[in-house]
Ligand binder design. Structure first.
Ligand code: GDP
Length: 472
C-alpha cells in the first residue's frame, strides 16, 4: 500500500451545485478531521461511509471556508481500498481550490492524473482493463459505448482473458514440470495432451479479436472529414448531422477558416465530424492555415463525405478537391472497418434545379456511394446516415450479451497473444522440444497479462494513467 496521502478536486472544473475534494491514503482521516467542525463541537471520527454535516475551518485563523457534508470512508470498502475522505462543498472553482489548498497544507499532496484509480489498481480492487474502463465510462459518447465500457468495468472482458491465460498457464505447468524434474516419474506430456487446452485458449482469443474492430468503432468512433470546395454546404451538413447549430454557417465563401470538430451519434457509433475549410489553394495567409489543418484532418480521416453543389457546374475547384483526395488514397475500398477509407459522394442543394454533371463526379469515383441531400429541406439526410452506417456495420448485429474488446491497446495485445499461440501450436506439431513450445506460450501469457495488468511494466502503467484527468 502507498503510504502518502493524496488529494484532488474530483468534480469537473467550472461551477456547479456541489463540488468534491477527494482525499485518499493512510493519513486521510487525520488530515481532514482537524479541519472539520461539527455544530455541537463533536471531535470524534464520524461513522464510516456516512455523510456528516459541518464546516471546513482553517485551524490557524478560525476562518470558515465552506459549509460541507463530509464522508469518512474506512478501508477496504473504498474506491482506492485506502482510507478515503470526500468533502462535498459548494461547487465553485475558488472555494474548492481553497479547501484543497488547506488539505494540502495539512499533510496531503496533490494527486497525479489518474492516481486514485492507479491506487485502486495497485491495491487489487480493479485490474488494468477495468481501470481503463473507468475512463471509457466517463468519456462514453453513445449509449452503446457506455454499455460496452460498463461491461469492461464489471470485469467481463477480463474474465474471458483470464480464462484464456489460465488455459495457457495450465499447459505451461505441465511442460515445465517435465522439463524441471526429468528424473522424477513425470512423463513428458504428449502433443495430444496439450493441444485441447491450447485450442481452447485460441478459441477465446479469436472470439475476442473477431469483435474488436467493431468494438473499437463504438469506443473511438469514426473520424469523418466533410470535404468540398467553399460554399457547397459543408457547415450546413455538419449542423444537419448534429441537429444543432454549433458550427457557424455563413453565405460568404471561404469564411469557415478553421476546422471544426463535433461528435454526432450515428446509431451508437460516435462520428467525429470534421468540417474543413476546403482543401483548395488560396493566397490568404489565415486561410492557408485552415487549409493545412483541413489537409491534415483529411489525411487522418477514416471516412470522407465529399460534398458538391448539385445546382452548379462541376468547377475547377471541385476537380482539384477530387484529385487531392485521390492522391491521399481515399475511395479505393468501400469498407471503413478494413482501413479502406471510403468516400461518400454528397450532392447537396437538390432543392434547387440540377446543374451538376454527375458523370464528371463519377469519372473520379465510379464506385463510391452517392447520396442526394438538401440541408435546407432535410431531404436525403436519413439516407446519408443509412449509407454511412452500412459502411461501418459490416459485422453481424450485436448481441445484447456479446463481450467486445473496444480498446486498441487490448486489440494489439490480443493479436500478439494469438500469434504466439499459433507459433506454439506449430512448434508442437513439428515435434520440436517442448522448451520451444514453452517460450511461445510464455510470450502469449505475457501479452494477455499486459491487458489485465499482471505483466504490465511500470512504463505502460504510467502511460495509461497519465491519460486520466486529475481527481480520477
Ligand atoms: P460551406 O462553405 O461548404 O461550409 O457551405 P455552407 O454550409 O456555409 O453553406 C453555403 C451556403 O449554401 C449557405 O448560404 C447555405 O445556407 C447554403 N446551403 C447549404 N445547404 C443548402 C441546401 O441544401 N440548399 C440550398 N438551397 N442552400 C444550401
Amino acid at each position: 500500500m502507498q503510504s502518502d496521502t493524496i488529494a484532488a478536486i474530483a468534480t469537473p472544473p467550472g461551477m456547479g451545485g456541489i463540488g468534491i475534494v477527494r482525499v485518499s491514503g493512510e493519513a486521510a482521516f487525520s488530515v481532514v478531521l482537524p479541519l472539520f467542525r461539527r455544530p455541537g463541537g463533536e471531535q470524534a471520527l464520524p461513522p464510516s461511509h456516512q455523510l456528516t454535516y459541518g464546516r471546513i475551518v482553517d485551524p490557524r485563523s478560525g476562518e470558515v471556508l465552506d459549509e460541507v457534508l463530509v464522508a469518512f470512508m474506512r478501508r477496504p470498502h473504498t474506491y482506492t481500498r485506502e482510507d478515503v475522505v470526500e468533502i462535498q462543498g459548494h461547487g465553485g472553482p475558488l472555494i474548492l481550490r481553497r479547501i484543497l489548498r488547506l488539505v494540502l497544507e495539512h499533510g496531503a499532496r496533490l494527486a497525479q492524473p489518474g492516481e486514485f484509480t492507479l491506487r485502486a489498481f495497485l491495491n487489487g480492487r480493479l485490474d488494468l482493463a477495468q481501470a481503463e474502463a473507468v475512463m471509457d465510462v466517463i468519456s462514453a459518447r453513445t449509449e452503446m459505448g457506455l454499455r460496452l465500457a460498463m461491461q469492461q468495468l464489471e470485469g467481463r472482458v477480463s474474465a474471458r482473458l483470464r480464462q484464456a491465460r489460465q488455459a495457457i498457464l495450465g499447459v505451461l505447468a505441465r511442460i515445465e514440470a517435465s522439463i524441471d524434474f526429468p528424473e522424477d516419474d513425470i512423463p513428458a506430456p504428449r502433443a495430444e495432451d496439450l493441444r485441447p487446452q491450447m485450442w481452447a485458449a485460441q478459441g477465446l482469443i479469436e472470439e475476442l479479436l473477431a469483435g474488436a474492430e467493431q468494438g473499437r468503432l463504438y469506443r473511438d468512433g469514426l473520424r469523418t472529414a466533410i470535404i468540398g470546395r467553399p460554399n457547397v454546404g459543408k457547415s450546413s451538413l455538419l449542423n444537419a448531422l448534429l441537429r444543432s447549430e454549433r458550427a457557424i454557417v455563413t453565405p460568404i465563401a471561404g469564411t469557415t477558416r478553421d476546422t471544426i470538430e463535433e461528435v454526432a451519434n450515428l446509431r451508437g457509433i460516435p462520428l467525429h465530424l470534421i468540417d474543413t475549410a476546403g482543401i483548395t489553394p488560396t493566397e490568404d495567409p489565415v486561410e492557408q492555415i485552415g487549409i493545412q489543418r483541413s489537409r491534415a484532418a483529411a489525411e487522418s480521416a477514416d471516412l470522407v463525405l465529399l460534398v458538391f453543389d448539385s445546382a452548379e457546374d462541376f468547377t475547377a475547384q471541385d476537380r482539384q478537391v477530387c484529385e487531392e483526395l485521390q492522391r491521399l488514397g481515399f475511395g479505393q475500398a468501400n469498407d471503413a472497418t478494413a482501413k479502406g477509407r471510403p468516400v461518400v459522394l454528397v450532392l447537396n442543394k437538390v432543392d434547387r434545379p440540377r446543374a451538376l454533371p454527375v458523370a464528371e463526379v463519377r469519372r473520379f469515383w465510379p464506385e463510391a456511394p452517392l447520396v442526394m441531400t438538401s440541408t435546407l429541406t432535410g431531404e436525403g439526410l436519413d439516407q446519408l446516415e443509412e449509407t454511412i452506417a452500412s459502411l461501418v456495420q459490416t459485422g453481424k448485429a450485436l448481441q445484447s450479451d456479446s463481450v467486445l474488446v473496444t480498446n486498441l491497446r487490448h486489440q494489439e495485445a490480443l493479436r500478439q497473444a494469438a500469434q504466439h499461440l499459433q507459433a506454439a501450436l506449430a512448434t508442437l506439431e513439428q515435434g520440436l522440444p517442448l522448451d520451444f513450445v514453452s517460450i511461445d506460450l510464455q510470450a502469449a501469457c505475457q501479452a494477455l497479462g499486459e491487458i489485465t495488468g499482471e505483466t504490465a511494466s511500470a512504463d505502460l502503467l504510467e502511460r495509461i494513467f497519465s491519460e486520466f484527468c486529475i481527481g480520477k
